[in-house]
Design a protein around this ligand. Structure first.
Ligand code: PLP
Length: 420
């Protein structure tokens, strides 16, 4: 069980209790939902005080103790859910958003200005890739992708290439990466940021997208990331019935994101925050079961003659640089990975169309097992050469293993592989 130094309670325990005090809510054992868009000021003086608490100073007041103004700025369920996610991410604070992409786009808008460069891992979620290489590029930002997150020489070369285009202000890392599980060495990237600071007089902010593993299997802030970003739609929500995103980190950075969120209006609403509080209570259990199932599924696929490639983290070669980083950074291989079958796109399509139990859909992290074909779905907008460079091919499929009985999943995969 992972222990937090501050409280000595395990993360599993804190996932059930952090951020909610029944005594502050008429003794309700579970969080009520505050379905209101606005809040009545008790007096003119208090109205002034609450506006001062929100707008003055570097960061908005985060506990709601001075009261609330309007739900786009802050609301009681947001305070509860942010406190819980910050605890799980071992951060001072967290900002919650309407989706993972709301978090990603607010991060980019908050810290990048025209003329800046941004260094990012590749592969990276297709939406993030598209944001950086279309909209942010149109805004005058220069994205530079690196394809080997454990190789110091490659990372240095790419950081130099980025700095040649403009001040490097943000490093966006996704590790493990969607969909291939490529690993990036967060501590190494933190040392690289120190060197960039010496070269250009300003240290870039490092954000790590932790969506693939989540807080029980990886804590990016403990390895040198400044910000930990998560699509809560996935493992935290856990049931494919909710959307949300979070960015956790120090008060000063999260406060900036919250201020911009108020202007962009992309906060998490009361119902979604309530859903999240409920869902994270079972996240540790779901994670444990999905990780165990994934090991069984990955072993079956690795040993199947029609499977030609598999990126499951549990199979990283002993002695490889990736394995050394994995051992230091991750507590388990997670439950989403990709694999290739024989026969190119036609083979993959025959296989997908034959599945009965596994559901053919994008997204990941739900109780149900989902499978998709990244080249034609999640990473459709990424140019073919860029996909090919990071092994997202015509026969690549991404599977997010759920919490069903593993043998039922294996049986379905076995019968569908007959169609390949
Ligand atoms: N980051 C990663 C790694 C993802 O896989 C996704 C979505 O699949 C996102 C961010 C975006 O999250 P959302 O779909 O909640 O906007």
């Amino acid at each position: 069980m992972a222990e937090t130094p501050k409280t000595r309670l395990s993360l599993e325990t804190l996932a059930i209790s952090a951020g909610y005090d029944a005594a502050e809510h008429q003794g309700a054992a579970k969080p009520p939902i505050y379905m209101t868009s606005t809040f009545v000021y008790p007096s003119a003086a208090q109205a002034k005080a609450v506006h001062q608490a929100f707008f003055d100073g570097e960061v908005p007041e985060k506990s709601g103790k001075n009261g609330f103004i309007y739900a786009r700025l802050d609301h009681p369920n947001l305070v509860m859910a942010q406190a819980r996610i910050a605890t799980l991410d071992r951060a001072e604070d967290s900002a919650l958003f309407a989706s993972g992409m709301a978090a990603v786009s607010t991060l980019a808008q908050c810290f990048l200005r025209p003329g800046d460069s941004v260094l990012h891992s590749r592969p990276i979620y297709g939406g993030t890739d598209m944001l950086l290489h279309t909209h942010m590029t149109e805004m005058g930002v220069h994205p530079v992708g690196f394809t080997d997150g454990v190789d110091e020489a490659h990372l240095t070369q790419m950081a130099d290439a980025a700095m040649a285009r403009g001040p490097l202000t943000l490093i966006m890392v996704e590790s493990p990466a969607n969909p291939t599980c490529a690993i990036a060495d967060i501590a190494l990237i933190s040392r690289l940021a120190d060197r960039v600071a010496l070269a250009q007089g300003r240290r870039p902010i490092i954000s790590v997208d932790n969506t693939f593993l989540g807080p029980f299997l990886q804590s990016p802030l403990e390895h040198g990331a400044d910000l930990c970003l998560t699509s809560l739609t996935k493992y935290a929500g856990g049931h494919s019935d909710f959307m949300g995103g979070s960015i956790s980190g120090p008060n000063a950075l999260v406060g900036k994101l919250k201020k911009l969120r108020t202007l962009m209006g992309n906060h998490a609403d009361p119902h979604n925050c309530w859903m999240l509080l409920r869902s994270v209570e079972t996240m540790a259990l779901r994670t444990e079961r999905a990780v165990a199932n994934a090991r069984t599924i990955a072993t079956f696929l690795r040993d199947h003659p029609k499977v030609v490639r598999i990126t499951y983290l549990g199979f990283l070669a002993e002695g490889s640089p990736e394995r050394a980083v994995y051992d230091r950074q991750c507590a388990a291989p997670g439950s989403t990975f990709s694999f290739d079958v024989e026969g190119g796109e036609a083979g993959a399509f025959r296989f997908l169309d034959r599945l009965r139990l596994l559901r053919f859909a994008v997204s990941l992290g739900g109780t149900e097992t989902l499978i998709c074909h990244p080249a034609t779905t999640t990473h459709y907008a990424v140019p073919e050469e860029a996909r090919a460079a990071v092994h997202i091919g015509p026969a690549t499929m991404r599977v997010s293993v759920g919490i069903e009985t593993a043998s039922d999943l294996v049986a379905d995969l076995a019968q569908a592989l007959e169609a390949v």
